[in-house]
Design a protein around this ligand. Structure first.
Ligand code: RB5
Length: 142
């Protein structure tokens, strides 16, 4: 069974979250949208926390966070010790974040990347496995 993907954004990432949600729905990927649910201004740390709480109860699940740049929401998420959030602007970064860093959260900037690039990054992130081996030693030092 496909693992569940949790999605969360602030207002700056809302539009891209909705686009990625449609992309994942078309792929029949199980998702849970934790908000926000409009363009009204909200605080990105609140949404990073909502998603981090969900992943704590299901350490095999993954998350995708969105804000305007992806910076604030990834900083907030990485305050939680079970989160390894990777802010990615290329598909190569998404691939490496899985292979080398075992990232369990992808962060995207809704005002930074194009829609096509975003779906390419998401696809790469969700379809790449951790290589473990020497990378496990390093990830365990974080
Ligand atoms: C909100 O205007 C914006 O600051 C936020 O979405 C994000 O880019 C912060 O890092």
């Amino acid at each position: 069974m496909l693992k569940k993907i949790f999605l969360a954004s602030d207002h700056g990432g809302y539009r891209l979250k909705e686009l990625v949600k449609d992309f994942l729905n078309k792929q029949k990927q199980p998702i849970e949208d934790l908000g926000c649910f409009s363009l009204d201004a909200v605080d990105y740390p609140d949404y990073a926390k909502l998603l981090s709480d969900k992943l704590k109860n299901d350490l095999n699940s993954q998350g995708i966070l969105f804000c305007g740049t992806g910076i604030g929401i990834s900083m907030a998420a990485n305050r939680y010790s079970h989160i390894r959030a990777a802010l990615c602007t290329t598909a190569e970064m998404a691939s490496k974040s899985r292979k080398h860093n075992n990232a369990n959260v992808l962060a995207l900037g809704g005002r930074i990347i194009t829609d096509t690039l975003a779906t390419d990054i998401v696809y790469e992130f969700l379809n790449t496995d951790f290589e473990a081996g020497r990378h496990s030693l390093r990830v365990n030092k974080i």
